[in-house]
Design a protein around this ligand. Structure first.
Ligand SMILES: *Cc1c(COP(=O)(O)O)cnc(C)c1O
Length: 369
């Protein structure tokens, strides 16, 4: 068997699972046979052992430090991905006697709404479908329903490539946020949120876990049960993500990604600066391309994480994707539901990769003008 090396790696624009910091992959590779001082692999030791307790402890501590999360909140590493949170949020806080507000802003929020409707009444407080989900609502357009159990938003719609660049003020209505595809791409003011969830595989690690940050006092608003144990936030908080065997490898890699954010990037302000620099390079070039490359998102809602655009026709888009792949720029095909192109520029995606893409785009115009 031949062994691949670092130089075989392409620029990977995949939307998720997505590119991870090279340093993290190398450290995991080095320690896969045997964690230093442990004598066995992370894949082989008990999740109740002191070495694993140290790993999950450091993942949580670094995340709390990076996001400035106070003790008013619990941090959980749950299973079933963000999709399970589409169900878990309403199963805990909504029933037929109550209603919850949802912002309909794209493919993922639509799925969240579908699950919530199985539990209780849903008010769609804003619907972006008539604008083809090309922007998020303004603060003025979000009118929370008084007495709603919560208001659900999606900070970044991964498929359409639109992102909130402010935290909505929802007054007394608790704000719940699906942050799967932009979690930890910038600092957050946690006090604006009652619950944030994020599948790990976009911006903070590999697939297998969903990070949930929940205000402890929200637990008091849980609807009457019985609640299935694995879908019960109270039980998960009480058990500290360890009610059953957690996804140990995912949490291990996530702990290394947190270390990378702290030590190599230098925190989330720095990370945000870098992410802006990457996305701006691409958007600015497209804006100057005379309509050859047409960004999908309206200015003001443009995602820093998932940059989406269209070209003249689908044949040209196909040609672009094929030739880009040959030039080692992989994963640029848009989601099958919306077509077009998408470059995912998550935290770990390097600036040089965006430079390479823009260079390729310029050449492509020359050859296919
Ligand atoms: C990917 C994604 C999901 C689904 O995540 P899973 O972990 O696959 O369930 C949900 N919401 C958003 C915004 C996403 O990007």
């Amino acid at each position: 068997m031949s062994t691949a090396t670092v130089s075989d790696r392409v620029f990977n624009f995949s939307a998720g699972p997505a590119t991870l910091p090279l340093k993290v992959l190398q450290e995991a590779q080095e320690n896969l046979l045997c964690l230093p001082g442990v004598g066995a692999s992370i894949l082989e030791i008990s999740h109740r052992s002191p070495p694993f307790e140290a790993i999950i402890g450091s993942a949580e501590a670094d995340m709390r430090k990076l996001l400035n999360i106070s003790d008013d909140y619990a941090v959980l590493f749950l299973q079933g991905g963000a999709t399970t949170q589409f169900s878990m949020v309403p199963l805990n806080f909504l029933n037929k006697e109550k209603s919850a507000d949802y912002i309909l802003q794209g493919a993922w929020s639509k799925k969240a709404i579908g699950e919530a409707k199985k539990c209780g009444n849903v008010n769609v407080v804003w619907d972006g479908s008539s604008e083809k989900f090309s922007r998020v609502p303004t603060q003025e357009e979000i009118k929370p329903t008084s007495g709603a159990a919560y208001l659900h938003m999606t900070s970044n719609e991964t498929i359409e490539g639109i992102e909130f660049h402010y935290d909505p003020n929802t007054g007394n209505v608790p704000l719940v946020c699906d942050a799967s595809s932009d979690f930890m791409h910038r600092p957050l003011d946690m006090k604006n949120f009652s619950l944030i969830y994020a599948g790990a595989q976009k911006n903070v690690g590999p697939a297998g876990s969903c990070v949930v940050i929940i205000r402890k006092d929200l637990l008091e608003q849980q609807v009457a049960g019985p609640h299935h144990t694995m879908l019960d936030y109270k039980k998960m908080v009480a058990g500290g993500s360890m009610h059953n065997t957690p996804p140990v490898f995912t949490i291990y890699i996530l702990s290394l990604v947190m270390k990378w954010l702290v030590n190599d990037i230098g925190g989330l302000d720095k990370m945000h600066e870098l992410n802006q620099k990457k996305a701006n390079l691409l958007y600015d070039y497209m804006d100057a391309s005379g309509g050859y490359y047409k960004p999908h998102a309206q200015k003001g809602s443009r995602s820093l994480m998932n940059v989406t655009w269209r070209m003249r026709d689908e044949d040209l888009e196909k040609k672009f994707i094929k030739e880009a792949k040959a030039a080692r720029l992989d994963g640029l095909k848009g989601h099958r539901d919306v077509g077009g192109l998408r470059a995912s520029l998550y935290n770990a995606f390097p600036y040089e990769g965006v430079e390479a893409l823009v260079g390729f785009m310029k050449e492509f115009v020359k050859n296919n003008g």
